[in-house]
Design a protein around this ligand. Structure first.
Ligand SMILES: Cc1cc2nc3c(=O)[nH]c(=O)nc-3n(C[C@H](O)[C@H](O)[C@H](O)COP(=O)(O)O)c2cc1C
Length: 375
């Protein structure tokens, strides 16, 4: 594996070596959000970005990778689901383009992981529970993103500061903390737990480069921490989202009400393709034990997310979000975000080192971290 992690030696961890980035900061994949522009800007700023390939066809992933390469010469990664029909094709595309890393979560396949590793591609699954972290390494993971329950999108039940040290103690590979991070203090807290970096979704969603329409970004800015709740109503799995009027409506629906809403959505958003949708929902219902309405709503989920995240109608669709949205009140450029995280992390280290009576040196520029932070 090539090792090119350099830059701020103070924050240099095994993750920087593994991914070839300057800082131990990952921009995670978010469907329809982690596009080539966001990924390239993240990587150009010294962090590491993942393209949201899980909502793309293999051809779109191929095109997305080409666009990233046109915008940066830094290493980057691709996220995808190993259980989807196009998974093997996406793997071949990642190998062809020599992408640095892939991320994945549900239903990993050992043979696919092996194929990626044979091609020298770093495999980094996201897990939300200790047992899944252990299993992920048994299956070949080179590093593991551990997402606490604060995190956005599908998420687990255990908070980051309980789950993270448990996973760090159990694994030898680099562990990356995720769920509820936004700044340099958070980065240092993660490193103090034994993690080797942080991975953030919501914080990157709320940047200038994120393609989310401004109406929807404003909704995130206006949200409070308490308004970001976990619900299984969208697709049967616990998912953290902003409790907007649409989700409030979903939360109170009976099975019949869900069915009616799902059919209405299907008619409105799927250009009338309601019959095939009903047939596939009926087949899925048999397999997963959910009601027909719940199964249809799960099928509608991508459309409902796009309604808010792509079309810019934040109250008429779904807004996946980490709780941290409630603590974010700005929309910086990606480069400003990374610089501020690094600066605050350095400052925090200097503050902590004063507690121990020692002084931290910034090996990047040979000045003390304290004086760097003060400028
Ligand atoms: C809007 C949004 C969309 C997401 N889409 C995906 C996705 O397509 N694939 C995925 O693996 N994770 C997805 N996630 C989860 C994030 O990649 C990441 O794990 C999570 O946001 C981390 O928690 P944080 O938001 O507190 O930083 C999404 C999260 C958000 C907020």
């Amino acid at each position: 594996m090539a090792t090119t992690g350099q830059g701020n030696k103070l924050l240099n961890t095994r993750l920087c070596e593994l991914l070839g980035c300057e800082y131990p900061i990952i921009q995670t994949a978010m469907g329809w959000i982690a596009d080539p522009t966001l990924v390239a800007s993240t990587c150009n700023a010294g962090a590491f970005g993942f393209l949201a390939g899980a909502v793309m066809t293999p051809a779109e992933v191929d095109e997305g990778i080409k666009q990233i390469k046109a915008k940066t010469d830094k290493p980057f990664g691709v996220n995808f689901h190993m259980y989807t029909p196009g998974a093997m094709e996406i793997i071949d595309i990642c190998i062809k383009h020599k992408v640095r890393a892939v991320s994945y979560s549900r239903s990993p396949a050992k043979s696919m992981i092996q194929k990626l590793k044979d091609a020298n591609i770093v495999c980094i699954p996201t897990v939300g529970a200790l047992k899944h972290a252990v299993k992920a390494v048994e299956m070949g993971a080179d590093a593991v993103v551990v997402q606490g329950g604060e995190g956005g999108g599908h998420t687990g039940a255990v908070a980051s500061n309980i789950l993270l040290p448990q996973v760090v103690d159990a694994l030898d590979v680099p562990v990356i903390a995720s769920g509820g991070f936004k700044d340099g203090r958070g980065l240092i807290s993660a490193l103090s737990f034994g993690a080797e970096g942080i991975a953030m979704g919501t914080r990157f969603l709320m940047t200038q480069e994120s393609p989310v329409p401004s109406t929807t970004k404003e909704k995130y800015i206006a949200t409070s921490t308490e308004q970001v709740i976990v619900s299984t109503k969208l697709d049967g799995m616990p998912q953290r989202m902003i409790n907007n009027p649409y989700l409030q409506q979903l939360q109170t629906k009976s099975p019949l009400g869900m069915l009616i809403l799902a059919i209405r959505n299907g008619l409105e958003f799927s250009k009338g393709a309601i019959i095939p949708m009903l047939i596939s929902a009926w087949k899925m219902k048999k397999a997963n034990g959910m009601t027909l309405g719940e199964t249809m709503m799960a099928g509608n989920a991508p459309m409902m997310i796009q309604e808010a995240m792509v079309k810019g109608h934040p109250d008429q669709g779904i807004l996946p979000s980490g709780q941290i949205a409630g603590a974010i009140k700005d929309l910086p450029k990606g480069s400003e975000l990374i610089a501020s995280i690094v600066s605050e992390a350095t400052e925090t280290l200097a503050r902590l080192s004063r507690l121990s009576g020692s002084e931290v040196k910034n090996t990047n520029n040979e000045e003390s971290a304290e004086s760097t932070a003060a400028t």
